[in-house]
Design a protein around this ligand. Structure first.
Ligand SMILES: NC(=O)c1ccc[n+]([C@@H]2O[C@H](COP(=O)([O-])OP(=O)(O)OC[C@H]3O[C@@H](n4cnc5c(N)ncnc54)[C@H](O)[C@@H]3O)[C@@H](O)[C@H]2O)c1
Length: 388
């Protein structure tokens, strides 16, 4: 019988770190997986996953639609080895920018720095793990020294990079990625941050203080009197500028959480705050375990997002939510996309275009401000002349 009773009598501490190393899985466009999704995934959430694959591969990636694609990442996906899927999509130009929890980027650094996370079991004694100095993310296990070493790298980087002013998270992640590329040859193959820097994909974090990267930035300010800090306004405006520039816009949302809204709020920021009528996203795909009935944003449907001007009301057929664990759905989805006819696009290199896109946003917002109704003059939403 497998050991499932933490602290059972006579139990001696096993070595928890003997499980296989978790490696970043790279999808290769498997014909068998495509056949399964086409022929086997016919109804319920398998049907929704199949639909998501079609919307992405046939429509979002089609040159006809020229869609700027944002990927949002919540849940512990890099610890589970899904960073390789993200790298493959970036390398092929299938995602143009990313919004992730800081945790996923922090844990990506372990791979970049060649530390090992192990496959394990969720049925272990956590008190014993604590005594042994082993950290657990559900069934992913690794020594606490990995945290300490990764934190030391982040602090060294913060000193070495010499940044001493407020910056966007895209700039922070670019500089981190460049530092990794310079120090670890070939690490773009096993680090999302390094690959993003190499392929010109901006990565944003919606809650920069909420991760070990943020914790070390706080240390750096406090202990080294640094003026490096994350300015979330820069992120909000850069994402808005990217969405404004998109011929069409679409998203792939993994999980929910703050990255989901940080992406979706770009459209309301444009129409509601800047007075620029963009019309809402044309495509929306979400893989989630969150439910709509609790009223939270994580489980909110594309239909609800229409009411906010986040999703174009004319395109609901191009939206889908599959209620499925992303650790299952995302690799399948990526296999399908990579093997699809439009499985490679020219990369947009948005990292290099941030300044230019911000200038366009500024010009359009300045023009819109001239004809803006004053406080007390807005009687209906129609006064804003929303294009849909
Ligand atoms: N050391 C670190 O840096 C560290 C470590 C862990 C978490 N954190 C922080 O804690 C917060 C919470 O972390 P989180 O994003 O892992 O968890 P979360 O529980 O907040 O999940 C975020 C969203 O993703 C969904 N989700 C999670 N796993 C999923 C899966 N397998 N499939 C489908 N949907 C899934 C959730 O339902 C939720 O909507 C984050 O803001 C993160 O930055 C930091």
């Amino acid at each position: 019988m497998p050991h499932r009773a933490p602290g059972s009598p006579g139990h001696s501490a096993p070595n928890y770190l003997t499980g296989k190393a978790i490696k970043y899985y790279r999808p290769r466009g498997s014909a068998d997986v495509r056949q399964l999704i086409e022929g086997g995934f016919q109804a319920f959430n398998a049907g929704r996953l199949s639909e998501a694959c079609h919307i992405f591969a046939d429509r979002m990636l089609s040159p006809e639609h020229d869609t700027t694609i944002g990927l949002t990442v919540a849940g512990a996906l890099t610890p589970a080895g899904l960073g390789g899927c993200v790298i493959e999509l970036m390398e092929r130009g299938l995602v143009d920018f990313i919004i992730s929890t800081g945790a996923n980027l922090y844990h990506d650094l372990h791979y970049a720095l060649n530390f090992t996370l192990h496959r394990g079991s969720p049925f272990v004694n956590d008190v014993e793990l604590h005594e042994e100095g082993v950290i657990r993310i559900y069934d992913v296990l690794f020594p606490a020294t990995v945290l300490l070493e990764t934190d030391a790298y982040v602090r060294d980087f913060l000193v070495r990079c010499g940044i001493d002013e407020p910056i966007s998270t895209s700039e922070l992640h670019l500089r981190l990625g460049e530092d990794l590329l310079a120090r670890r040859e070939g690490c773009e193959n096993y680090s999302v941050l390094a690959a993003a820097a190499k392929y010109g994909v901006p990565i944003y974090t919606s809650s920069p203080g909420d991760s070990s990267i943020g914790m070390n930035i706080a240390y750096h300010e406090f202990m080294n009197n640094s003026r490096l800090m994350i300015d979330p306004n820069k992120d909000v405006n850069e994402i808005c500028a990217i969405v404004l520039a998109g011929h069409k816009n679409g998203c792939v949302i993994l999980g929910g959480g703050s990255p989901k809204n940080f992406y979706l709020q770009a459209q309301p920021t444009l129409w509601e705050v800047y007075g620029i009528q963009k019309g809402g996203n044309e495509f929306f795909i979400q893989f989630t375990t969150d439910q709509v009935v609790w009223g939270g944003l994580s489980g909110a449907t594309p239909s609800e997002a229409v009411s906010w001007g986040k999703v174009n009301p004319g395109v609901l057929p191009d939206t889908v939510v599959a209620y499925v664990d992303s650790t299952i759905a995302f690799p399948l989805f990526c296999e399908y996309a990579v093997g699809a006819p439009f499985g490679r696009r020219p990369r947009r290199n948005l990292v290099a275009r941030r300044r230019e896109l911000l200038a366009t946003l500024h010009a359009e917002a300045t023009a819109a401000a001239v004809s803006r109704p004053a406080v007390g003059e807005i009687e209906t939403i129609g006064d804003l002349d929303r294009k849909t």
